[in-house]
Design a protein around this ligand. Structure first.
Ligand code: NAG
Ligand code: NAG
Ligand code: NAG
Ligand code: NAG
Ligand code: NAG
Ligand code: NAG
Length: 738
C-alpha cells in the first residue's frame, strides 16, 4: 500500500517544500545429466538491509514511521533456472524484502554482478532475464524508488540504500550462479485458508456476478510453489501467495520482512538446524493488491466496534478505523506477523511433501520490453491509456493504515467540490489538464502525476514488462504494480489462453503473477472496481482501462514466445527505451557529530540486565550509543570474539548487536547477531547529538539456547567532523538457566 500518510496536509506541504528546494557462461561445462535431474538450478541469498536511523520506511508513506532499529534483517533471495540443453539461456528470479522494486536498482545489481564475473559468465545475465519482485514489506527503509511521488514519500533517494539493495541482489545472484547444477525442479499448488481477507469488498462486489460466481471467495487462496532438490536434498523453494505484508503496523520502527520475511526466516532456520545451510526459501508476492493479513477486520480504535462498512469510518472519522491482526489482543503486531507467517509456512511445507509436477523438457526462456503506457491504444480501435494520475481516495489510505480523514475510500464524485483545500494545494502543484480529468473519470484527480516531471517524473511514463516460461508447466508474469485479486485472475486467464493457443505450455501449466516487479506504478484494479474508487482504484495510475492495457501488453509478450521476436513499436505495443536514472535528491540531514552524556563513553551501559534468566525470558539492556547511519560492525571489526565458521551467525555482513556465550576457557563466542527474530536493536536520539540504544533478546524464542553465562554486546561507529570510529560495549555477564 502507498498513501499520503501521517498528516496529509503536512505531507502535501512537504511536497511543496520539496519542490521549492528543488527549484532553488559461455563454454561452462556441467556434469552429465543425472537420471533424476530435470533442470539446471542455483539458489542464493544475501542481506540487503540499508543504512538505518531516521530513514522513512517505504510502504505506509508516513513521515513519522522511521527505520530506527532492526528486528529481522531484510534479504534478497535469488534463483537461476535453465534447461540443460541450453545452459546459457537462463532466467533469474529474485524476491526482495522491500516495499517495492526499482529498475535503477536492478540495473545497478546487474552491473555489480557482471563486474564480478568472467566475460563469458557476465554475458549470461542482463536486465532482460533478471526479474526482481518485492515482497512489499512495509518495514524496510525507503530511498530507492524510481519516480518522484514515491521518492518524496520517503524524503527522497538515499544512494547508500540503493547500493545496499543492489549489492545484496548481485551477491544473491552470484551465490546462485556458483551453485547452478543439475536439479529436480517441481511445481505444486494448493489453497491457504485463514491467512488473508479482502479489504475492499465493496470494490470486489462491483465485478460481474457471473464472474464472481466462478470463485468461492473474494480472496485468492492460491499458493504456488517451486521446489528445487538434488542428490543432497532440499536446495530451495519459491512460494507465491497473495497477501499484503502489513502485519507490522504503521507505528513499527524496526526493519522487518513482516509475515513473508518471518516465513522465510523460519523455514531457513529449520533447515540450518538440520545442517542444510544452503537452503533458500522465498515467500514472494502475487496478486495481493486488495488483500490484508489483518484477519479481524476494521475496528474503531477507541470502542473496538466494527467500523461502518460504507466509508470504513467510525461515525465519519476514517482515522479511527484500523484493521486488527489475529494477534491484536495477545501480542500486538509482532504476534500477528508470526501467526500469518506461520500459516504461510505450514501450507508451504505441506505442499513440499505432497505430489508434484516435475519441470522437464521444454524451453526456459524470457521476454522483456519497455512500453510507454500513455501511447498504448487498446486493440480494435479501443481507448488509449491515460497519462498517470492519482485520485482523491489515494489519500484516504486503507483500513490497514487510514489517512488523515480529509478524503475517504470510494470518493468518486468529481463534482462534489468536497475538497476545496485539496484542490487549492493541488492546483499550486499542477492543475490537471481537461484531457487528463476526462481520461481518468470517474476518478477525481488529486495529483496530476503524468503532467509533473520535476525534478523527476512523478510516476512512470514507461513500464518494464517481463515474462518467464520455465518448461511447458510454469509461466511467471513480472508485473510492475500491485494488482487486485480479480484483476490478477483475469490477467492469468488471458495469458494462459494465449500460451495455450500458441502451444507454448501444457493444459496443466500454472501462470504466476510476481507482483511489484522491476519498478513501481501503484495499483491495478478491474474496470468495474475502478468505478467504485476505493483506495486501490484511486491509485490505479493509467485510468479505467489500466488492466485491459496490461493484459494486452502481456498477451503480446506471451505470444512472442511463439514468434521468437517482439513486434516493432506500434500504438498497440509502444516499445521505448529504459528511462534514465532519476537524480539523487533527498531531504535528510547528514549525521555530523555524535556526543555522549557527560562522563560516559560510547558503548557504556546505562541499564544492565538482571543476573539470571530462564529460557523464554526477555533480556533488556540500554547503552550510550551513536547514530546507526554511521554504520554497524563487520566480522573484521568485531574484535577478539569467536565467530561460528568465521562469519556472523545470521549470515549478514554486519551487525549492531551480538549475544555472546562464555566458553570454558573464558573467551566469548557469538551465538546470535541482530539478524534473527529473537533479538531487537533500537536506537533513539537524545537531545541534539546524543543517542540511546536498547538491545533485547528473547531467550530461545526461535533459536534454542544452552544454559550458561551470556552477555549482550552493542556495536556502533561514532562520528566527529573529521573521523568515524568503531566502538563497542558489553553488558555484565548473566546466567541463563533452562
Ligand atoms: C478522528 O480520529 C482521530 C484518531 O482517534 C483523532 O485524532 C481525530 O481528532 C479525529 N477527528 C475528528 C474530526 O474527530
Ligand atoms: C482462523 O484463525 C482464527 C485465529 O486467528 C481462529 O480463531 C479460527 O478458528 C480460524 N478459522 C479456521 C477456519 O481455521
Ligand atoms: C501497532 O501495534 C502496536 C503493538 O504491537 C501498538 O502498540 C500500536 O498502537 C499499534 N499502532 C497502531 C497505529 O495501531
Ligand atoms: C508456434 O505455435 C505453432 C502452433 O502450435 C507451432 O507449430 C510452432 O512450432 C510454434 N513456434 C514456435 C517458434 O514456438
Ligand atoms: C569515538 O569513541 C571512541 C571510544 O569511546 C573514542 O575513543 C573516540 O574519541 C570517539 N571519537 C570521537 C570522534 O568522538
Ligand atoms: C467471501 C469472503 O471471503 N468474504 C470475506 C471478506 O472479508 C470479510 C471481512 O472483512 C469476511 O467477513 C468475509 O467472510
Amino acid at each position: 500500500m502507498f498513501k499520503l500518510g501521517g498528516s496529509s496536509l503536512w505531507t502535501l506541504a512537504n511536497v511543496l517544500t520539496a519542490l521549492l528546494l528543488v527549484f532553488a557462461e559461455g563454454g561452462r561445462s556441467f556434469p552429465t545429466k543425472r537420471q533424476d535431474a530435470s533442470l539446471l538450478a542455483g539458489v542464493g541469498m544475501a542481506d540487503i538491509t540499508p543504512p538505518i536511523g531516521e530513514i522513512v520506511m517505504m510502504g505506509y508513506a508516513s513521515l513519522d514511521q522511521r527505520a530506527n532499529g532492526v528486528h529481522l534483517r531484510i534479504r534478497a533471495r535469488a534463483y537461476i533456472f535453465a534447461n540443460p540443453s541450453q545452459p546459457n539461456r537462463r532466467v533469474v528470479f529474485v524476491s526482495t524484502d522491500t516495499g517495492s522494486a526499482s529498475h535503477h536498482v536492478r540495473q545497478m545489481a546487474v552491473n555489480y554482478l557482471k563486474s564480478k564475473l568472467s566475460t563469458a559468465d557476465a554475458a549470461l545475465y542482463n536486465a532482460d532475464n533478471v526479474m526482481v519482485s518485492a515482497t512489499h514489506t512495509h518495514a524496510g527503509p525507503g530511498g530507492y524508488n524510481d519516480d518522484f511521488l514515491y521518492q518524496v514519500s520517503t524524503l527522497g533517494t538515499v544512494p547508500r540504500t540503493r547500493e545496499a539493495i543492489a549489492q545484496g541482489i548481485a551477491q544473491a545472484i552470484l551465490e546462485a550462479h556458483r551453485n547452478v547444477a543439475p536439479s529436480t525442479v517441481t511445481v505444486t499448488s494448493g489453497n491457504l485458508d485463514n491467512a488473508s481477507i479482502n479489504r475492499s469488498k465493496k470494490s470486489y462486489l462491483a465485478n460481474p456476478a457471473a464472474e464472481r460466481a466462478k470463485y468461492t471467495s473474494d480472496i485468492d487462496q492460491t499458493m504456488v510453489q517451486l521446489m528445487i532438490k538434488d542428490g543432497q536434498g532440499l536446495k530451495g523453494i519459491v512460494n507465491w501467495f497473495a497477501v499484503h505484508p502489513v502485519s507490522m503496523n504503521i507505528s513499527n520502527p524496526l526493519v522487518s520482512g513482516d509475515n513473508k520475511g518471518y516465513a522465510s526466516y523460519m523455514w531457513e532456520l529449520q533447515e540450518r538446524q538440520k545442517g542444510n545451510s544452503r537452503f533458500v526459501a522465498a515467500f514472494a508476492q502475487s496478486n495481493g493488491g486488495d488483500i490484508s493479513p489483518n484477519l479481524e477486520g476494521p475496528r474503531c480504535l477507541d470502542t473496538g466496534a466494527v467500523c461502518d462498512g460504507d466509508k470504513d469510518s467510525c461515525g465519519g472519522n476514517i482515522t479511527k478505523c484500523v484493521a486488527r491482526g489475529p494477534g491484536y489482543a495477545q501480542g500486538g503486531d509482532v504476534l500477528s506477523t508470526e501467526i500469518i507467517g506461520s500459516r504461510q509456512l505450514a501450507k508451504a511445507q505441506e505442499l513440499s511433501s505432497g505430489s508434484q509436477t516435475t519441470l522437464a523438457g521444454g524451453v526456459v526462456d524470457y521476454r522483456h520490453a519497455w512500453v510507454k503506457m500513455s501511447d498504448l491504444q487498446l486493440e480494435g480501435g479501443g481507448p488509449q491509456m491515460c497519462k498517470p494520475a492519482m485520485g482523491y481516495s489515494f489519500s484516504a489510505g486503507t483500513t490497514d493504515a487510514p489517512g488523515p480523514g480529509i478524503s475517504w475510500q470510494g470518493d468518486n464524485d468529481p463534482n462534489a467540490g468536497n475538497k476545496p483545500l485539496f484542490d487549492f494545494i493541488r492546483n499550486i502543484l499542477k492543475k490537471p489538464s481537461a484531457q487528463l480529468v476526462q481520461c481518468h473519470a470517474p476518478k477525481p484527480i488529486l495529483l496530476a502525476t503524468g503532467e509533473m516531471d520535476t525534478p523527476n517524473p512523478w510516476q512512470p511514463h514507461a513500464l518494464p514488462i517481463q515474462m518467464f516460461i520455465i518448461t511447458r508447466k510454469v509461466a511467471i508474469i513480472g508485473f510492475p504494480a500491485e494488482i487486485t485479486v480479480m484483476a490478477g485472475r483475469r490477467m492469468r486467464d488471458a495469458i494462459k489462453a494465449q500460451l495455450l493457443a500458441d502451444n507454448t505450455v501444457d493444459a496443466d501449466a500454472l501462470v504466476v503473477i510476481a507482483g511489484l516487479s522491476n519498478t513501481y506504478s501503484s495499483y491495478v484494479t478491474t474496470f468495474e472496481e475502478y468505478q467504485v474508487q476505493r483506495y486501490e482504484a484511486g491509485s490505479t495510475a493509467y485510468g479505467p482501462n489500466t488492466l485491459a492495457g496490461h493484459i494486452q501488453l502481456f498477451k503480446t509478450l506471451a505470444h512472442s514466445f511463439n514468434t521468437t521476436s517482439l513486434p516493432n513499436s506500434t500504438p498497440n505495443f509502444p516499445v521505448t527505451t529504459q528511462p534514465a536514472a532519476s537524480s539523487d535528491l533527498n531531504f535528510y540531514t547528514p549525521v555530523v557529530l555524535d556526543t555522549t552524556p557527560g562522563g560516559k563513553s560510547f558503548g557504556s551501559v546505562t541499564a544492565q540486565p538482571a543476573a539470571t534468566y530462564k529460557s523464554g525470558d526477555t533480556v533488556t539492556a540500554h547503552f550510550v550509543c551513536a547514530h546507526p547511519r554511521n554504520g554497524a560492525s563487520t566480522p573484521r571489526t568485531l574484535g577478539n570474539v569467536q565467530l561460528p565458521g568465521g562469519r556472523l551467525p545470521g549470515g549478514a555482513a554486519s551487525t549492531y548487536m551480538t549475544v555472546e556465550k562464555q566458553l570454558a576457557n573464558g573467551q566469548w563466542s557469538v551465538v546470535l547477531d541482530d539478524s534473527g527474530w529473537d533479538t531487537t536493536y533500537k536506537w533513539a536520539r537524545v537531545g541534539v547529538a546524543e543517542s540511546s540504544c536498547t538491545l533485547k533478546w528473547t531467550i530461545g524464542k526461535t533459536v534454542p539456547v544452552e544454559p550458561g553465562t551470556y552477555r549482550l554486546r552493542y556495536f556502533g561507529q561514532n562520528k566527529s567532523v573529521i573521523v568515524t570510529l568503531a566502538h563497542s560495549g558489553a553488558t555484565n555477564a548473566f546466567v541463563v538457566s533452562p
